[in-house]
Design a protein. Structure first.
Length: 218
Protein backbone atom coordinates (compact mmCIF):
# COMPACT_ATOMS: atom_id res chain seq x y z
CA UNK A 1 0.00 0.00 0.00
CA UNK A 2 2.83 2.36 0.86
CA UNK A 3 4.54 1.70 -2.45
CA UNK A 4 1.27 2.18 -4.32
CA UNK A 5 0.61 5.47 -2.54
CA UNK A 6 4.11 6.71 -3.30
CA UNK A 7 3.69 5.72 -6.93
CA UNK A 8 0.43 7.64 -7.17
CA UNK A 9 2.04 10.68 -5.59
CA UNK A 10 4.95 10.47 -8.00
CA UNK A 11 2.56 10.23 -10.97
CA UNK A 12 0.51 13.17 -9.71
CA UNK A 13 3.68 15.23 -9.24
CA UNK A 14 4.86 14.36 -12.75
CA UNK A 15 1.52 15.37 -14.25
CA UNK A 16 1.52 18.64 -12.29
CA UNK A 17 5.04 19.43 -13.49
CA UNK A 18 4.12 18.61 -17.09
CA UNK A 19 1.02 20.80 -16.97
CA UNK A 20 2.97 23.62 -15.36
CA UNK A 21 5.80 23.48 -17.89
CA UNK A 22 3.49 23.29 -20.90
CA UNK A 23 1.44 26.23 -19.63
CA UNK A 24 4.59 28.28 -19.10
CA UNK A 25 5.71 27.52 -22.66
CA UNK A 26 2.32 28.41 -24.18
CA UNK A 27 1.97 31.66 -22.24
CA UNK A 28 5.60 32.67 -22.77
CA UNK A 29 5.49 32.00 -26.50
CA UNK A 30 2.18 33.76 -27.09
CA UNK A 31 2.93 36.79 -24.92
CA UNK A 32 5.47 37.99 -27.47
CA UNK A 33 2.75 38.04 -30.15
CA UNK A 34 0.16 40.12 -28.31
CA UNK A 35 0.07 43.60 -29.80
CA UNK A 36 -1.90 46.84 -29.68
CA UNK A 37 -4.46 47.64 -32.35
CA UNK A 38 -2.19 50.11 -34.16
CA UNK A 39 0.56 47.47 -34.44
CA UNK A 40 -1.92 44.96 -35.80
CA UNK A 41 -3.10 47.50 -38.38
CA UNK A 42 0.44 47.55 -39.79
CA UNK A 43 0.84 43.75 -39.78
CA UNK A 44 -0.56 43.29 -43.31
CA UNK A 45 -2.54 40.18 -42.43
CA UNK A 46 -4.60 38.05 -44.79
CA UNK A 47 -7.50 37.86 -42.36
CA UNK A 48 -8.74 38.65 -38.87
CA UNK A 49 -9.85 35.47 -37.11
CA UNK A 50 -12.63 35.72 -34.53
CA UNK A 51 -13.00 32.79 -32.13
CA UNK A 52 -16.62 31.80 -31.64
CA UNK A 53 -18.59 31.76 -28.39
CA UNK A 54 -22.23 31.48 -27.38
CA UNK A 55 -24.93 33.07 -29.49
CA UNK A 56 -28.39 33.58 -28.02
CA UNK A 57 -31.49 31.77 -29.33
CA UNK A 58 -32.35 34.79 -31.49
CA UNK A 59 -28.87 34.66 -33.09
CA UNK A 60 -27.41 37.71 -31.35
CA UNK A 61 -23.96 37.36 -29.77
CA UNK A 62 -23.41 36.85 -26.07
CA UNK A 63 -21.46 39.59 -24.29
CA UNK A 64 -18.13 37.76 -24.51
CA UNK A 65 -18.63 37.15 -28.22
CA UNK A 66 -19.76 40.71 -28.87
CA UNK A 67 -16.49 41.98 -27.39
CA UNK A 68 -14.51 39.75 -29.75
CA UNK A 69 -16.59 40.94 -32.69
CA UNK A 70 -16.35 44.64 -31.83
CA UNK A 71 -12.60 44.24 -31.50
CA UNK A 72 -12.36 42.54 -34.89
CA UNK A 73 -14.60 45.09 -36.58
CA UNK A 74 -12.44 47.95 -35.32
CA UNK A 75 -9.34 46.13 -36.58
CA UNK A 76 -10.95 45.59 -39.98
CA UNK A 77 -11.91 49.26 -40.27
CA UNK A 78 -8.35 50.23 -39.26
CA UNK A 79 -6.99 48.18 -42.16
CA UNK A 80 -5.50 45.25 -40.22
CA UNK A 81 -6.78 42.81 -42.87
CA UNK A 82 -9.16 42.87 -45.85
CA UNK A 83 -11.15 39.83 -44.67
CA UNK A 84 -12.64 38.47 -41.44
CA UNK A 85 -13.00 34.76 -40.71
CA UNK A 86 -15.81 34.02 -38.25
CA UNK A 87 -15.01 30.62 -36.78
CA UNK A 88 -17.35 28.75 -34.50
CA UNK A 89 -19.76 25.91 -33.87
CA UNK A 90 -22.35 25.02 -36.48
CA UNK A 91 -22.54 21.34 -35.64
CA UNK A 92 -26.35 21.37 -35.51
CA UNK A 93 -28.92 22.96 -37.81
CA UNK A 94 -30.58 24.61 -34.83
CA UNK A 95 -27.39 26.32 -33.64
CA UNK A 96 -25.24 28.47 -35.93
CA UNK A 97 -22.65 30.65 -34.20
CA UNK A 98 -20.92 31.88 -37.34
CA UNK A 99 -23.98 33.16 -39.18
CA UNK A 100 -24.96 35.17 -36.11
CA UNK A 101 -21.43 36.54 -35.95
CA UNK A 102 -21.57 37.53 -39.61
CA UNK A 103 -24.96 39.22 -39.26
CA UNK A 104 -23.67 41.28 -36.36
CA UNK A 105 -20.60 42.45 -38.31
CA UNK A 106 -22.73 43.36 -41.32
CA UNK A 107 -24.93 45.42 -39.00
CA UNK A 108 -21.81 47.27 -37.90
CA UNK A 109 -20.88 48.20 -41.44
CA UNK A 110 -18.61 45.38 -42.62
CA UNK A 111 -19.41 44.33 -46.21
CA UNK A 112 -20.87 40.83 -46.42
CA UNK A 113 -18.39 39.76 -49.09
CA UNK A 114 -15.48 40.45 -46.74
CA UNK A 115 -16.77 38.04 -44.06
CA UNK A 116 -16.06 34.32 -44.31
CA UNK A 117 -17.78 31.70 -42.14
CA UNK A 118 -15.88 28.72 -40.80
CA UNK A 119 -18.72 26.41 -39.78
CA UNK A 120 -16.41 23.75 -38.30
CA UNK A 121 -14.41 25.78 -35.82
CA UNK A 122 -15.29 23.40 -33.01
CA UNK A 123 -12.18 24.19 -30.97
CA UNK A 124 -9.42 26.76 -30.85
CA UNK A 125 -6.96 24.31 -32.39
CA UNK A 126 -9.35 23.40 -35.20
CA UNK A 127 -10.00 27.06 -35.97
CA UNK A 128 -6.30 27.70 -36.47
CA UNK A 129 -5.78 24.51 -38.44
CA UNK A 130 -8.62 25.40 -40.81
CA UNK A 131 -7.49 29.03 -41.13
CA UNK A 132 -4.27 27.72 -42.63
CA UNK A 133 -5.27 24.56 -44.46
CA UNK A 134 -8.80 25.38 -45.64
CA UNK A 135 -8.80 29.16 -45.98
CA UNK A 136 -5.16 29.35 -47.05
CA UNK A 137 -4.23 32.16 -44.69
CA UNK A 138 -0.58 32.75 -43.92
CA UNK A 139 -0.74 35.85 -41.73
CA UNK A 140 -3.60 36.44 -39.31
CA UNK A 141 -4.72 38.73 -36.52
CA UNK A 142 -6.63 36.93 -33.76
CA UNK A 143 -9.44 38.54 -31.75
CA UNK A 144 -10.38 37.05 -28.39
CA UNK A 145 -9.92 37.72 -24.67
CA UNK A 146 -6.42 37.55 -23.19
CA UNK A 147 -6.95 34.36 -21.20
CA UNK A 148 -7.93 32.59 -24.44
CA UNK A 149 -5.51 34.43 -26.71
CA UNK A 150 -2.44 32.69 -25.27
CA UNK A 151 -3.68 29.31 -26.49
CA UNK A 152 -5.02 30.62 -29.79
CA UNK A 153 -1.73 32.25 -30.70
CA UNK A 154 0.31 29.24 -29.63
CA UNK A 155 -1.84 26.98 -31.81
CA UNK A 156 -1.53 29.35 -34.77
CA UNK A 157 2.24 29.63 -34.48
CA UNK A 158 2.64 25.90 -33.93
CA UNK A 159 0.66 25.19 -37.10
CA UNK A 160 2.87 27.49 -39.16
CA UNK A 161 0.80 30.67 -39.25
CA UNK A 162 2.40 34.07 -38.80
CA UNK A 163 0.04 35.43 -36.18
CA UNK A 164 -0.46 38.32 -33.79
CA UNK A 165 -3.35 38.87 -31.40
CA UNK A 166 -5.20 41.88 -30.08
CA UNK A 167 -6.97 41.22 -26.74
CA UNK A 168 -10.68 41.96 -26.66
CA UNK A 169 -10.85 42.62 -22.92
CA UNK A 170 -13.68 45.14 -22.84
CA UNK A 171 -15.51 44.12 -19.66
CA UNK A 172 -15.22 41.88 -16.59
CA UNK A 173 -17.12 38.61 -16.44
CA UNK A 174 -18.31 36.75 -13.36
CA UNK A 175 -17.17 33.46 -14.95
CA UNK A 176 -13.58 34.62 -15.44
CA UNK A 177 -12.05 32.48 -12.69
CA UNK A 178 -13.74 29.38 -14.09
CA UNK A 179 -12.45 30.18 -17.58
CA UNK A 180 -8.93 30.76 -16.27
CA UNK A 181 -8.93 27.38 -14.52
CA UNK A 182 -10.31 25.63 -17.59
CA UNK A 183 -7.54 27.08 -19.73
CA UNK A 184 -4.83 25.33 -17.70
CA UNK A 185 -5.48 21.78 -19.00
CA UNK A 186 -6.65 23.18 -22.35
CA UNK A 187 -3.22 24.74 -22.99
CA UNK A 188 -1.52 21.45 -22.26
CA UNK A 189 -3.94 19.58 -24.53
CA UNK A 190 -3.44 22.02 -27.41
CA UNK A 191 0.33 21.94 -27.07
CA UNK A 192 0.23 18.16 -27.45
CA UNK A 193 -2.15 18.39 -30.43
CA UNK A 194 0.01 21.03 -32.10
CA UNK A 195 3.13 18.95 -31.60
CA UNK A 196 1.37 15.91 -33.07
CA UNK A 197 -0.20 17.88 -35.94
CA UNK A 198 -3.60 16.36 -35.20
CA UNK A 199 -6.16 16.73 -38.02
CA UNK A 200 -9.44 18.61 -37.39
CA UNK A 201 -12.86 17.01 -37.17
CA UNK A 202 -13.63 18.23 -40.69
CA UNK A 203 -11.28 19.23 -43.47
CA UNK A 204 -13.04 20.51 -46.56
CA UNK A 205 -12.24 21.92 -49.98
CA UNK A 206 -9.93 24.95 -50.06
CA UNK A 207 -11.64 28.34 -49.83
CA UNK A 208 -10.04 31.25 -51.66
CA UNK A 209 -9.97 34.39 -49.51
CA UNK A 210 -9.78 36.53 -52.63
CA UNK A 211 -13.35 35.53 -53.48
CA UNK A 212 -16.54 36.76 -51.82
CA UNK A 213 -17.12 35.51 -48.29
CA UNK A 214 -20.75 34.94 -49.22
CA UNK A 215 -19.72 31.57 -50.72
CA UNK A 216 -19.38 30.30 -47.13
CA UNK A 217 -22.85 31.32 -45.96
CA UNK A 218 -25.16 28.59 -44.81
Amino acid sequence: MRIAALSLLACAAAVAVFVGVTNAIVVGTASERMVAADEAAAFDADAIVVLGALVKPDGTPSDILQDRLDNAIELYKAGAAPKIIMSGDHGQRSYNEVQGMKRYAIGEGVPSEDIFCDHAGFSTYETMYRAKHVFGAERIVVSTQTYHLYRALYDALGLGLDAVGVPSDRRTFAEQLMWDIREIPARTKDMVKTFAGSPPTFGGEPIDLSRSGDITDG
